[in-house]
Design a protein around this ligand. Structure first.
Ligand code: SF4
Length: 419
């Protein structure tokens, strides 16, 4: 039997960043927080079970009963169903995934199953939106728990970005320079709402992933004098710094301050304007953790995700997307010691897959992505039972006008291959 994060939290509550996670998610996902608000333009069809309203029958089932229900529904649905699981998803759910990968790989994975009419996305809200945009028109996308949002994606809402854009246009004007370059190109990280991807599509911008961020910034600088990068300041800063852009030319945009907290001179000198957003999981990694790992394990190799703060990326041996981290481990040798700075579910799974290496999470405190964690087997069983009964529960539908513009920015991203 595998040990779940839940078991670890219960066994050692003083080493968990949030002991609330040991409860069923329905006990905490009614709190105001993340979720469908990540895209305020969502159309949520009725009937819908709001977060925290999972039918009592499913809340009461034992783990064995839930898993029996999931397996039975999967068998009945056969090739009509594709279950996608993000690298950060918990083991109790990931065992049912037909594909496991990062958000970009998963968005494409469903397209490789032509028989499927329903995609159940065991990730977070923006991933399900992206899958709906890229899916065939007849395919439906389901997010088992609508409270599974992304705290980073919610840090940049459409109104704040529109207001920022207006301010920037007032400073820069809207005309291109003598070389035909636009004053500013908007670049959004994949971890953002469909509405912001559409914003980028409408304004000559593009979506990036953590794999192709450098290629995307080059694409943007071929077309513009500077970049507005949202919502993750760390990915933007780490990528731009690696391209040789000085930190002084990367001002931060704080949405509640006038001109984002900058002067006109600072904005005129800017090359990359960074939105004040971050991932609550990756910002926990620190240089002190790396130093501790090196003291305890001389020769340890340290790899971190570029959503980590810049000093952490600078102190690590390598930085890369979830896919790059996986490839780094695959390329390592038996006996190697590897400290990884990314979400703990993915790290534990790599450790189990490569028992001849010592693999551990840089952060000694158990801190899973708490929003991804909201996809509990209870929600999965309830949505799959719905499909068997002919009901689409928690379908994610991106309205056509948003999907059309967002697809423009996503297709630009697809053409920008990682270096
Ligand atoms: S790990 Fe961070 S960026 Fe990724 S889904 Fe969770 S909160 Fe969002």
């Amino acid at each position: 039997m595998t040990t779940s994060i839940n078991d670890l939290i219960v066994a050692a509550p003083d080493t968990s960043c949030d002991v609330e996670l040991a409860k069923g998610p329905w006990e905490f996902d009614t709190f105001p927080g993340y979720g469908p608000g990540a895209s305020e333009n969502d159309v949520i069809p009725e009937p819908v079970v709001r977060p925290g309203q999972l039918p009592a029958e499913y809340q009461r089932m034992t783990d064995d009963e839930l898993h029996a229900r999931i397996r039975a529904a999967k068998d009945k649905l056969g090739s009509r169903l594709v279950i996608l699981g993000h690298f950060y998803q918990r083991d109790e759910v990931i065992q049912y995934a037909d594909f496991v990968g990062d958000s970009f790989q998963l968005a494409n994975a469903a397209l490789t199953k032509p028989d499927s009419d329903t995609i159940v996305f065991c990730g977070v809200h923006f991933m399900a939106e992206t899958a709906d945009i890229l899916a065939r028109p007849e395919q439906h996308v389901i997010l088992p728990n609508l409270a599974a949002g992304c705290s980073m994606a919610d840090m940049a809402d459409e109104d704040s970005v529109e207001a920022c854009w207006e301010d920037l246009m007032a400073v820069y004007g809207e005309e291109p320079d003598a070389d035909g370059k636009q004053p500013v190109i908007p670049v959004t990280y994949m971890n953002s709402s469909a509405a912001l991807k559409a914003f980028c599509g409408r304004h000559g911008g593009i979506v990036c992933t953590s794999s192709n961020a450098a290629t995307v910034l080059e694409w943007a600088f071929e077309r513009g004098q500077r970049v507005l990068f949202f919502p993750d300041q760390h990915l933007g800063r780490n990528t731009a710094k690696a391209m040789g852009i000085p930190l002084e030319q990367m001002p931060m945009w704080s949405p509640r301050k006038e001109l984002g907290g900058n002067t006109v001179e600072e904005l005129n000198d800017a090359k990359v304007i960074l939105w004040h957003g971050f991932c609550s999981v990756h910002k926990r990694f620190s240089v002190a953790q790396i130093e501790k790992a090196r003291a305890e394990f001389p020769g340890v190799k340290v790899i971190v995700h570029p959503e980590s703060p810049m000093p952490v990326v600078d102190a690590a041996d390598a930085a890369g997307s979830t896919d790059a981290i996986r490839k780094y481990v695959i390329a390592s040798e038996p006996g190697d010691v590897i400290a990884i700075g990314t979400e703990v579910n993915m790290v534990n799974r790599l450790a189990a897959e490569f028992p001849d290496r010592t693999i551990f999470c840089l952060d000694p405190v158990v801190c899973p992505c708490s929003t991804m964690y909201r996809i509990h087997p209870g929600y999965l069983a309830w949505t799959l039972d719905g499909l068997v009964a002919g009901e689409l529960r928690n379908e994610i539908v991106v309205p056509d006008d948003i999907a059309t513009d967002a697809k423009v920015a996503l297709e630009r991203m697809l053409a920008a291959l990682p270096k």
